[in-house]
Design a protein around this ligand. Structure first.
Ligand SMILES: *Cc1c(COP(=O)(O)O)cnc(C)c1O
Length: 371
């Protein structure tokens, strides 16, 4: 099966004798005792099974585990590690995940943030107690591209487990397990949901190894699991994921080119531009460049806010991956982060008509930088 077909059929688990075409929502928290039945919804539920099945299939993995948020998925990995494990993570890591490591896991795990765009930095950082390499590519919000294959091969030489946050790429554009990662992570709040109305997270594993068994224990026993409703709607959203991604990427490619040629834009961060730091690696490891981009205007934070305020089709809000375009000045969210310039604008390109979006940007620039 090709990806569009998996997206539509990979999540069907027939549990009803009437054989409905669409998987019913099973709200029951408990199931009649019988051989092979499910026991209790924290551990297993037909809708979660559907979601996990289609995600495992899309990523080419052996199993998947769904969580109540992307951070809960990441947290399950961190909780599955022995106390005191040294973790190597990217400097440009999704800031919520970075904060999770720096607060909840402070003193329990030994975390080091480095620039993973240079694989030599990884070699230098590995210590006796290093157990995990966390990759995020493309990264949030600077769209840094890390070479999954090269990093995973160094990790394997040193017996490290590799987890890749593929939220920006989705399984449509990046297959991290095939490139050497052991586990791939998604915030399903983003493109997997696609409509900015569900919070969720997913892990997919290459093998059902000891780490995976620990992760499954965290999922079932700590219980940060999504509801059957959420699982149902995510499985439904996934049916259109491959086509949504094509539209997202088409729009983002055109908007990146528009911004790149704009006299009031200093720099565009989009892996599909040949000027981007990771363009060659992205060409190799991605099948498309996604629809997240950041840019620096030739102006200050006030002008960035003014520009954002003049837009009609881009809502000024955080998050990403929905069909509607979103935009924000990133340092409003990542307050005080020295890596984020004040005038950096992050955009989640939606699937509205591309000409409408570019016209909207054009008029907002003209309003902001009047001659
Ligand atoms: C949003 C996001 C997360 C966290 O997911 P939540 O669903 O918000 O908990 C992790 N990584 C990336 C890259 C994200 O964009």
């Amino acid at each position: 099966m090709k990806i569009e077909t998996i997206a539509i059929h990979g999540g069907n688990v027939v549990t009803d004798t009437l054989k409905p075409i669409i998987q019913p929502i099973t709200l029951s928290t408990t199931f009649a005792h019988q051989e092979d039945s499910m026991l209790y919804t924290r551990l297993e539920n037909p809708n979660r099974k559907s979601l996990e099945a289609v995600m495992a299939s899309l990523e080419g993995g052996a199993d998947a585990a769904a969580f109540a948020s992307g951070n809960a998925a990441g947290n399950a990995v961190f909780q599955a590690l022995p106390a005191g494990t040294h973790i190597i993570a990217p400097d440009d890591m999704y800031h919520g995940m970075k904060m999770l490591l720096q607060t909840v896991h402070a003193g329990k795990l030994d975390v080091q943030f480095i620039d993973l765009t240079d694989k030599e930095n990884l070699r230098k950082a590995i210590k006796q107690n290093t157990g995990l390499l966390w990759i995020e590519t493309p990264s949030n919000p600077l769209l840094k591209i890390s070479d999954i294959k090269a990093l995973a091969s160094i990790a394997k030489e040193n017996d490290l487990k590799v987890v890749c946050d593929s939220t920006f790429a989705t399984p449509v554009y990046q297959k991290a397990l095939k490139l050497g990662a052991d586990v791939v992570m998604h915030s399903s709040t983003k493109y997997i949901s696609g409509h900015s109305d569900i919070l969720g997270g997913i892990l997919v594993t290459k093998a059902k190894d000891d780490l995976w068994q620990n992760i499954k224990n965290v999922q079932g026993l700590a219980g940060a699991v999504p509801s059957p409703m959420d699982c149902y709607f995510l499985t439904r959203s996934i049916k259109t994921l491959p086509y949504r991604m094509k539209a997202h990427a088409f729009n983002a490619n055109n908007i990146a080119a528009f911004l790149d040629n704009h006299p009031y834009v200093e720099k565009v961060y989009y892996p599909g531009l040949s000027s981007h730091q990771g363009f060659e690696t992205a060409q190799f490891q991605m099948e498309g460049y996604g629809a997240m981009l950041s840019f620096l205007i030739k102006g200050n934070a006030n002008e960035a806010d003014h520009l954002i305020g003049k837009l009609k089709f881009f809502s000024n809000a955080t998050s990403l991956g929905g069909v509607e375009s979103l935009i924000e000045r990133r340092s409003k969210v990542q307050v005080g982060d020295p890596g984020i310039p004040d005038q950096l604008i992050r955009m989640s390109v939606g699937i509205e008509n591309c000409e409408d979006l570019i016209e909207d940007l054009d008029q907002a620039f003209k309003e902001t930088f009047k001659p």
